[in-house]
Design a protein. Structure first.
Lengths: 242, 242
C-alpha cells in the first residue's frame, strides 16, 4: 500500500481511452462485486487495485493503494463510483477458434451494453469464441466489461477481417436477416457461425452473399425490430435447445 | 408556434419527476425518430412539441414551439439532445387483461433499460399485457420509453398488487427460477403468466408458492446468470416457437 501520486492518477486516467488501453494491453474494472470476483477467479491478471476503506481487499500481493473517495472519483468512469477500481491485463493469448462449437460473429455492433450482453449470453451457453469485425466496439471498453459480468474472462474475443474470415471458415454461416427463414422451422447444425449485424444497418452488404442460411425470428406483433442482444439470445437458444 | 416562457420551461422540467408525470398523466419522448413515429401513429396523444429548426414538424395542429438548441438543452434529459422533444398523454384506459394470450408479470424490475426491452419483446411477439408489481420501475420513465421503441403505444401496462392478482388470475403461472425445470423439455400452455423477478434478488419469496410451473434456461457455460430481459426473451420465444 502506498500513496497514489499525481502521475499515477494521470496514467490511470489515460486508460479511459481505447488507444492507451491497447498500447498498454490493460483495461479497467470497477465496483465491489466485479473486483471481488476477479480476486477469486482471475487474480493473476490484476495489475493494480485502488480501494477505499469500505472495501476488504483481503490477501493481495500485487500493487495496491488505499485511496479516498475523492481520489476514487478522479480515476473512476462511473457517476457514483463503488468502493474499488482495478486495472487488469488484457488476455492476449492468440487462442485458436474452436470450430466444433457454435461461434458468434458480430458485424459492427456499436453499443457497449449490447456487446457486453452478447458476451454474457455466450458465457451462459458455453460458447468459447466471438469473432468481431474491426468496426465492432472494443471489448475492453469499460461499459462492455461491466455488462459482460465476468464473461470477459471466459469468452475469447477475436477482432479480425470478418469478410476474409467468413470466406475461409468452412462452416455453415447462419445470418440473422429480417427476410430469413423462420428459425423455429429450421434444423440447425451444432457447429457453425451465427452472424449478427449492426444495430441500425444490419449485416453489411458485402457479407450477405457469404450467408448459407438466412434465419429470422418470426414477428407476431407491432414492433419494428428486436434489440440485437435480445435477437442473439433467442437465436443462440435455438441452437442449444434440442 | 410561440415562445417558450420561463414558466413553461419550469413546467416541462417538472415532468422529469415521476410524481409530476403521474399527477398530470403526461410523459416525455425525445429524438427525431421517436417523435416522427409518434406523429404518424399516435398524433392524438401529443400534448406539446418543442423542436429546433433541424426538425421538420410537418402538419401539426397542437401546441408547438420552435426553440433554440440552448432551450432544448434546458428541457431535455439527454446529454446530447436530438432536435426535438415532446410531451404525450399517458394511456389511461383501464383496458382489461386478455387472458387468452400469454401475459408477462414483472416482480420489481428496477432497470429502465430492462423494462423497456421487455416491453419491446412483448410488442414483437404480440403480447398485449404486462402486469407489474408496484415496485417495478415506472413505464413512463423516459429511459423506459426510449428503450421500448414505441412499445409503450401498443402494450398495455398494468401496475397492481401482484400477489393478489396472481392468486386470483386462474391461469397457469410459469416462474423463471434458477432451479426450475429445463424449459426446453416442457410443453407450454398458449395462455398463462410468465413471471420474471428482480435483477438481483429474483422473484419475491411471497410469490414463489403461487408458481405452478417453475422453469429455467439450462446453463452450459460459466456465467452466473442472464440479464432479465435476455432471459425473458428466451422464455417468451419458447411459448411462441411451436
Amino acid at each position: 500500500m502506498s500513496d497514489l501520486s499525481k502521475n499515477k492518477i494521470k496514467w490511470i486516467r489515460s486508460l479511459h481511452q481505447k488507444k492507451h488501453r491497447e498500447e498498454l494491453g490493460l483495461f479497467i474494472i470497477e465496483g465491489e462485486k466485479m473486483v471481488a470476483e476477479t480476486l477469486v477467479y482471475a487474480k493473476d491478471s490484476i495489475e493494480l487495485i485502488a480501494y477505499t476503506n469500505e472495501f476488504n481487499i483481503g490477501q493481495f500481493d500485487g500493487e495496491s493503494f488505499e485511496i479516498s473517495i475523492k481520489e476514487l472519483e478522479q480515476i473512476s468512469l462511473l457517476k457514483t463510483p463503488n468502493k474499488v477500481f482495478a486495472i487488469l491485463r488484457q488476455n492476449k493469448t492468440n487462442s485458436s477458434i474452436d470450430k466444433k462449437k457454435l461461434i458468434i460473429a458480430l458485424d459492427g455492433i456499436q453499443d457497449p451494453g449490447n456487446l457486453g450482453t452478447i458476451m454474457r449470453i455466450a458465457d451462459w451457453y458455453g460458447i468459447s469464441d466471438i469473432v468481431c469485425s474491426k468496426t465492432t466496439v472494443d471489448c475492453y471498453n469499460p461499459k462492455v466489461v461491466q455488462a459482460s459480468m465476468g464473461a470477459i474472462f471466459r469468452v475469447n474475443m477475436h477482432y479480425l477481417e470478418l469478410e476474409e474470415w467468413l470466406s475461409n471458415c468452412s462452416l455453415p454461416i447462419y445470418g440473422a436477416l429480417l427476410e430469413g427463414e423462420n428459425v423455429y422451422n429450421e434444423t440447425l447444425s451444432k457447429n457453425g457461425v451465427l452472424l449478427m449485424g449492426n444495430e441500425g444497418s444490419g449485416i453489411s452488404t458485402s457479407l450477405i452473399p457469404l450467408i448459407n442460411n438466412p434465419i429470422s425470428i418470426p414477428r407476431f406483433g407491432g414492433a419494428e425490430s428486436l434489440n440485437v442482444s435480445v435477437a442473439t439470445a433467442i437465436l443462440v437458444s435455438e441452437f442449444f435447445r434440442c
